[in-house]
Design a protein around this ligand. Structure first.
Ligand code: HAM
Length: 419
């Protein structure tokens, strides 16, 4: 027996209501904030990702699904959505459009991680990116959009963590101070952190090991080392977030797992969440477009895991709309009637009335049982007598009342009855 590969899953029909509900809210919120949809290929040139996410990151070092195709091209299944959208922005000359250009996506993401609850090797992300506006008002709007999206899903009890990690002007000074501080504790750090100390000191702050966490808690804070421009940006952003009444918290250990960020970084998680609980994260990446060969273009974005959203909807017991199903079941008795119900079912569907029926050799009793299983509101029954008199029996499945009506009246009756 084959099974879905480890860390992947099927989204079965009973799960689909959550996904369609989330998607519908995505479309609504994107419309409200002026984002247009973009879909990019499932795989891209490997260098696009190593260049943008960063060589020393877990994603690039350990998690990418990279392969060589038959033409010898090095390709990678999308391990995140931002770099492909940047590539598309550049490739299609979107800097010529009125800025900011605002784009969103919903797409599968592939990371070779150790699977556990809420962490998969294939997951879906809803993300959005805005290009060409460096003002902190846009940061506030991007954060507000995330918050409103969760509110529209009735997801509450969330926390919003915020930090600024500076820019290429002020970050080197901060990193030097951070390294200095950590060097004193180098002996006691976990093996990963020993490597981080050399290669990616910012990530030291993010380590989950208890001893490393202790060191991190008293580490120098990036916000105390910002240049005047970054400092002003961060202060103004906090002012706007207060204006919008968003309950944020500055978390000096929030650094994110991708290297392209500048200035603002933020994450949203459930108040009572563990390590794998972050629902979404994002931030500014003002240098990335230039690093990928474009003109200097400020940018900011956010992405969230759709599985984690669905998980939280379930955890918080939030009711979601059921997906529409056919509410009319068509049953028949006898061969002659079968031809009639084949036509009847087709006629109802063409008139926009969902209809299902068993065109097999089942007894009427079995067919009615099936109508119940499908939770049909009405069953239309056609037997030899009905064929001869051009009528149908209409059975209300809730009250079990049955009436015989001319076939020509069926559509009208169902239209009123199903409303
Ligand atoms: P990220 O934090 O790596 O950011 O991923 C965004 C979200 O995707 C996470 O907060 C989490 O909900 C979900 N996620 C990540 N990995 C997994 C996994 N293995 N299984 C299930 N869910 C997962 C980014 O990818 C950036 N591109 C976000 C961004 C957009 N920054 C700027 N614009």
């Amino acid at each position: 027996m084959y099974r879905a590969p480890r860390g992947t899953s099927d989204i079965l029909p009973e799960e689909q209501a959550y996904w369609r509900h989330i998607e519908q809210k995505v479309v609504n919120v994107c419309h409200l904030y002026g984002y247009e949809r973009i879909d990019t290929p499932t795989f891209e040139d490997t260098r696009l990702f190593s260049r943008s996410i960063g060589e020393g990151t877990d994603i690039v070092e350990k998690e990418m699904y990279t392969f060589e195709d038959k033409g010898g091209n090095q390709l990678t299944l999308r391990p995140e959505g931002t770099a492909p959208v940047c590539r598309a922005y550049l490739e299609h000359g979107m800097h010529n459009l009125p800025q900011p250009v605002k784009l969103y996506y919903m797409a599968p993401i592939f990371r070779y991680e150790r699977p556990q609850a809420g962490r998969y090797r294939e997951h879906y992300q809803f993300g959005y990116e805005a290009y060409g506006d460096g003002a902190p008002t846009l940061d506030a709007e991007v954060i507000d959009m995330a918050w409103q999206f969760f509110s529209s899903l009735n997801l509450h009890r969330l926390s919003l963590n915020l930090n600024s990690i500076g820019c290429r002007k002020c970050r080197p000074g901060y990193l030097a101070t951070l390294k200095d501080y950590y060097s004193k504790y180098a002996q006691g750090l976990c093996s990963d952190c020993k490597v981080r100390l050399e290669r990616n000191p910012l990530r030291l702050l993010d380590c989950k090991q208890p001893l490393c966490q202790e060191v991190a808690s008293s580490a120098p804070r990036s916000i105390n080392y910002l240049c005047p421009e970054c400092d002003e940006h961060f202060n103004r952003l906090q002012g706007y977030l207060k204006l919008l009444e968003l309950p944020f918290e500055v978390n000096h250990r929030l650094v994110r797992g991708l290297d392209y960020y500048t200035r603002t970084v933020f994450e949203i998680k459930p108040e009572a969440g563990g390590a794998q609980s972050t629902i979404g994260g994002g931030g500014r990446y003002d240098d990335l477009i230039e690093e990928l060969g474009g003109k200097p273009t400020p940018a900011i974005g956010f992405a969230m895991g759709m599985e984690r959203i669905a998980l939280n909807l379930k955890k918080q017991g939030i009711a979601i709309p059921v997906l529409p199903r056919p509410r009319v079941f068509i049953a028949y008795i006898g061969d002659e009637a079968r031809d009639e119900v084949v036509k009847l079912a087709a006629r109802l569907r063409r008139a926009g009335i969902g209809a299902i029926g068993v065109v097999g050799g089942k007894s009427l009793k079995a067919q009615l049982r099936q109508a119940n299983n499908f939770a049909a509101s009405y069953t239309v029954i056609v037997g030899e007598q009905e064929v001869r008199t051009n009528t149908v029996v209409l059975r209300d499945m809730v009250t079990s009342e049955q009436i015989t009506i001319p076939t020509g009246e069926l559509q009208g009756r169902l239209n009123t009855g199903l409303r």
